[in-house]
Structure formats: C-alpha cells, structure tokens
Design a binder for this molecule. Structure first.
Ligand SMILES: [Zn+2]
Length: 387
C-alpha cells in the first residue's frame, strides 16, 4: 500500500479509537482530534456548544464566490454501544485483518464518512483545486439518540441560517452490490393505538365479541407492537374471573413520506380497527413538528444536485442506485424540514450492512475508493456556478 494510503488509514484508525460510544461519548476528545485534522488542511474550525458537553464542530473551506450558497457535509460523531465479547476484534481497536478489513464501531456508521470528507478535501487542497462555493463540514453529537441536541438545535440557530446552505450530504447505508445506495427521504415514525371495547363478563362465560377477543384479531398485523393493555387490576395483580370491557394495543409504525395516508386510514378502519368489532383507533406522528413540510428531496432532473451527484460518482468509477426511502430516522430529516435538499449517501459498496451489529467493519480498499467518490462529488458541487 502506498505511503499516503497508509497515512489515510492510520488517521481513520485514530478517529475510530476515540470512545464516542453512547451513552457517554467523549465529544471533546473527538473535537480535539477533528481540530488537528482541520488545522493540517487549513480549514477554519469553530466549535459550537448549544448544549453543555455536546459540541458541534463546524469546519469551513472558503470558496472564491461567497455569494453562491454553500455545500454542507454532515456526519455524527457518536456511535451505538457494543457487546465486546461477541466481537472477534476489539470494537474500539480498529484492527485490520488479513483481508484488509478494519474492525470497529463506527467503520460504517459513520466515522468513515466524516473522515472521508476530510481526506477528500485534503486531496483537493493538495492538488491546488479552488472551490467556487464554500464547503462546510459538520461533526455533530447525539444522532444515535435522536439528534435533538445536535442537528435539531443547529438547524434552528442563527449561525446555521447565516451559512446559506444549498445542499446537504449525510449518512446512507452500505450496499451489498457494486452500486452505491442513495436516500432522498426517510420513513417517519407514527404512533398507532387501537382499542376494543366489549361487554364485561364473568370469566367462566364463553361469548363472542369480548374486548380481548376483538383486539386479538387485530394484533397479528406485521408491525411492531409496543404495548398491550387489558384486565382489571387487583391488589396483587389482576382480577382473574372477569373478562375486561376494554383492551388496547400500541404500535410503532414507520411510514414513508410517499405513502398514501388516505389508503392507510382506510385499511385501519376496515381491517385493524373495524367498528363492527367495537374498535377505535388513534394515529399520530411521533414527532408532531414534522407535519406539513416537504420531507422528500427531489430525485429527478429538476434537482441539479441529484444530477451532479450521479455524474460525479460515475466519473469516479462508481454507480448509484435509484434513490430510496431510508428505513429509519437520521439527521437528514432536520435538514429537509428546514427546507434543504439532503441526500443520504455513504460510499460503501460490496459490503454487508453491519450498522449497530457485531463485527462492524469496512475494508481499506472500500474506504479509499469512497474518498475518491467524495473528491469527485465535492469538485462537482463546488464548481457548480448556477445560483
Ligand atoms: Zn448513523
């Protein structure tokens, strides 16, 4: 491996070894590390602390045309916990095996991406490239616990508004094939509660349409049940010889922004909570603030950033798949809610998705190739001169 590749990998390993594991991530150690990286490539460094102990690191590579809106490259610093005994390598060790795979929490989600942004900029700076648009790189806290104190606070701030951002890149998912996955929206958590009522009766009677029976018919649907509630409490548990007059269940359901809500409610009324079985339901968005906003980023030719992204990846020898809806929540939703186009894109192909799993790894070759993708993307985005 070439000397500069070795240095690139070793910087990635250094970042992986910083303990940013929830629930006690060492954000200051990470911020110090990023500060040193930024200094070595002459990026402006600004730590912002909306919440004590949870710095957001904002880096800037100034463009030559400050009137053009800027590019934002976002990554979260925190990672999810691990069960070290179920790993074949220490989860904070960043060991490399004989196949060139780097093992550590964050190799996929998403310390890789944060460092790849910086390595791509390092290469562009070294080549003498001068961007028209400014590039901001953010390293944010708390994505893994919802992001409210991270990007949630950031997008609401005057600092953020002053940056004048045109487009955001954030995390995606690894692809098992050679095509990179791109995400232009994400499923939105909704809460569903269904309730059945029925005649109470003595526990010895067998009759139709009891509340419990009516509810049971609905809970075999294939979504995540988060609670189940029925019964008449007694001092030491439940009254055992009485059929309850009410039974309730709650579900966490994830609905893509493209879903037809009218059709969904129709199914709810007809199949999951039919009046004929004495049932009713309540359906609401888990995050009420998300309603009524444009939550999908354009993925056709009318969005120049999408066209630029695809072309840039192609030019670097990669391929993108058709944009998808991310199955869970990421920080991208805050940017989209703020009205910005945001793409979820982690340049990881030919790799199983091991986010939050044991033995999370990324191969050195895939990591290095991803840097070349960002070199191409950052070049394309920052040289795009239409306002
Ligand atoms: Zn992530």
């Amino acid at each position: 491996m070439a000397l500069d590749s070795k240095a690139i990998i070793s910087r990635f390993q250094d970042y992986l070894r910083i303990n940013t594991v929830q629930p006690n991530p060492d954000y200051y150690a990470a911020a110090n590390f990023i500060k040193l990286q930024a200094q070595s490539i002459s990026l402006q460094y600004q730590p912002i602390e909306f919440v004590q102990g949870k710095p957001i690191v904002l880096l800037k590579w100034a463009g030559s045309e400050p009137s053009l809106p800027a590019i934002l490259l976002n990554s979260h610093v925190d990672v999810v916990p691990f069960e070290a005994e179920k790993w074949d390598h220490p989860p904070l060790g960043a060991e490399i095996d004989e196949d060139g795979r780097i093992y550590a929490r964050g190799t996929q989600d998403m310390k890789s991406v944060g460092m790849q942004y910086l390595e791509a900029i390092r290469k562009l700076v070294a080549s003498g490239y001068k961007p028209l648009r400014s590039v901001y790189v953010t390293f944010v806290p708390d994505e893994e616990i919802g992001g409210a104190d991270g990007v949630g606070r950031f997008v609401e701030s005057e600092i953020f508004k002053s940056l004048s951002i045109a487009v955001v890149l954030d995390e995606g998912l690894p692809s098992p094939t050679e095509s990179y996955r791109v995400f232009n929206g994400e499923r939105i958590p909704w809460s569903l509660q269904i309730k059945a009522v029925g005649q109470p009766g003595h526990g010895s009677k067998l009759y139709d349409d009891s509340a419990s029976e009516n509810l049971t018919k609905s809970i075999e649907i294939s979504v995540n049940m988060v609670f189940l509630k029925a019964g008449t409490p007694s001092p030491d548990g439940f009254v055992m010889n009485l059929q309850p007059s009410e039974a309730e269940a709650g579900f966490d359901i994830r609905i893509p922004p493209t879903a037809d809500l009218v059709a969904l409610e129709k199914r709810l009324v007809e199949e999951w909570a039919p009046v004929a079985r004495n049932m009713s339901y309540k359906l609401w968005r888990f995050d009420q603030n998300l309603s009524g906003k444009q939550l999908l980023t354009g993925n056709d030719n009318s969005n120049p950033w999408w066209v630029l992204l695809q072309n840039a990846v192609n030019e670097a020898g990669g391929k993108t798949s058709e944009p998808e809806i991310f199955p869970a929540s990421t920080d991208s939703r805050y940017f989209r809610k703020a009205g910005l186009p945001a793409f979820g894109f982690s340049p990881i192909s030919n790799t199983p998705s091991l986010l939050h799993d044991h033995n999370e790894y990324l191969s050195q070759a895939e990591y290095l190739k991803g840097i070349d993708m960002y070199v191409s993307i950052i070049k394309a985005f920052t040289s795009y001169s239409s306002p």
